[in-house]
Design a protein. Structure first.
Ligand code: SF4
Length: 470
């Protein structure tokens, strides 16, 4: 980990830890989501549904070449056009060229994490189009000039007052800090955009290989507007977001809303099969599907392959104690939280996100709640080993652990270390715990306490209780 990237990461973390509004919003949001998710697990035979999701995702990823080709053939058979984009630049270029060719002035977008991953909005603005996010949370972060904070709830970090301020600036007048007033305002503005947009861009929760169908799962109806009102619809999706057939969707559509938002079902499940056909009442005349690789094929067949099983439910973010403190922006990537701490270094390279595998307590909560049974905590450990093997480890950590290993092999050195630590920690103790200190101790106690050294060590207790002569 370079000093510069570590410092930048520390600054982002400090900024989150020092923001009391943010701390309150994240923890209350996480508590709320966890309560709903627990309810789901009590209502359903949750392990059986997870078995079914795991089976579908394992099978699809193991045969991804076949299903990607089948999906593309079916989209084209129905009249759509398919672009296999090897990387972010190719995907951006394809969509930007389309915008220019169409002379598009206004592009509406429904939620797409992949478009965030490839930096699509800026490319389209450079191509001359106004880009408007139409998912309410995405619109809020777009107005704030920020990245999504959470993969399911992009504006989870914003208070009502902050949203009121953003929408008031957009409206050019002071709006009331009332959810009804603000959503009515957004609906009014977005209706106009839907009706006048030249191109609609959506993500894709899952593509159905057997039918060439693009399936969107949304709660606001903006996905339907984006994909039916403009004359051109562009789907930007990761190449791994496929299932073999419509039946395979059943367990995913059962688990995703519960795990993602604590809902039995999402308000809208939209299935789009090809562009408008003769006789159709609505729908786009042109459908383009951009299948983005951008590092995914290099994960296939590797020890990290299961990360491609992810269904983007966001449950790992809601369970993570580190995300709870540092929030989504500290990760500085399209995918925050445990999924992002694994996926982003794999997609962009460990050298781009060297600190992310270390942004975890390794408590395993993410692996425990994962809807696709991805061993996230194991992957974080593997990535740490990769980072150290690549020379990216911290010299002070390496020296510290070497010293620890040596001390544990030498009982006398260990006993001496215990005595030194007991005396050395005493000045930093307050009210039964260590609350500050120099160096690494200070970094630790900045946001959590540290237990005081035991007055008598286990070895001392053991010796005192051992019957004499034994
Ligand atoms: S890693 Fe698992 S829990 Fe996290 S978003 Fe993906 S499927 Fe959901």
């Amino acid at each position: 980990m370079t000093g510069a990237s570590r410092e930048a990461f520390d600054r982002r973390v400090d900024s989150a830890l020092g923001d009391p509004v943010l701390q309150e919003v994240i923890s209350s949001g996480q508590d709320y989501m966890q309560a709903l998710q627990e309810q789901a697990k009590a209502e359903l035979d949750w392990p059986a549904w997870l078995d079914a999701v795991e089976a579908v995702r394992s099978h699809t990823i193991a045969h991804l070449d076949f299903y990607a080709a089948q999906f593309a053939d079916n989209v084209e058979r129905l009249g759509g056009r398919v672009c296999f984009a090897a990387d972010a630049a190719e995907a951006r270029e394809y969509v930007a060229a389309l915008v220019k060719r169409k002379g598009a002035k206004l592009v509406v977008k429904s939620k797409s994490m992949v478009s965030e991953e490839i930096g699509l909005n800026r490319a389209l603005e450079e191509a001359g189009a106004e880009v408007v996010e139409t998912d309410l949370g995405e619109l809020i972060v777009q107005l704030a000039g920020e990245r999504p904070f959470h993969i399911v709830a992009p504006a989870a970090h914003k208070s009502l007052a902050q949203i009121r301020d953003l929408f008031s600036t957009m409206a050019g007048e002071e709006l009331a800090a009332d959810a009804g007033v603000l959503t009515t305002f957004a609906r009014h503005v977005l209706r106009e955009k839907f009706l006048t947009a030249d191109i609609g861009i959506s993500g894709c929760n899952f593509g159905v290989a057997a039918t060439g169908t693009v399936v969107l799962v949304t709660n606001e109806g903006n996905g339907r507007m984006t994909t039916t009102l403009p004359q051109t619809h562009v789907v930007v999706m990761g190449v791994e977001r496929l299932v073999p057939d419509l039946q395979s969707l059943e367990p995913i559509l059962a688990v995703l809303p519960w795990a993602g938002a604590g809902e039995r079902i999402t308000a809208y499940v939209t299935a789009i099969t090809g562009p408008r056909r003769p006789g159709d009442g609505d729908g786009p005349e042109e459908l383009h599907v951009v299948l983005v690789d951008n590092g995914r094929s290099s994960i296939l067949g590797s020890k990290y392959e299961k990360i491609l099983h992810c269904i983007r439910c966001g449950a790992c973010l809601d369970a993570c104690p580190v995300y709870r403190k540092i929030g989504g922006h500290a990760y500085d990537c399209a995918y925050p939280g445990p999924i992002g701490a694994v996926l982003s270094p794999l997609l962009d390279g460990l050298e781009r996100h060297p600190e992310l595998p270390f942004a975890s307590s390794l408590c395993g909560a993410c692996s425990e709640v994962c809807s696709a049974r991805i061993p996230l905590a194991d992957y974080l450990l593997e990535l740490r080993a990769d980072a150290v093997a690549a020379g990216g480890g911290s010299a002070s950590w390496t020296a510290g652990f070497r010293g620890f290993a040596e001390a544990t092999r030498r009982p006398r050195a260990w006993a001496l270390g215990e005595r030194v630590a007991k005396v050395a920690l005493r000045p930093f103790e307050r009210h039964g715990s260590v609350r500050w200190g120099p160096g690494l101790l200070g970094l630790w106690t900045r946001s959590r306490d540290f237990p005081p050294w035991a007055r008598r060590s286990f070895r001392e207790l053991w010796r005192s209780r051992r019957p004499s002569g034994s």
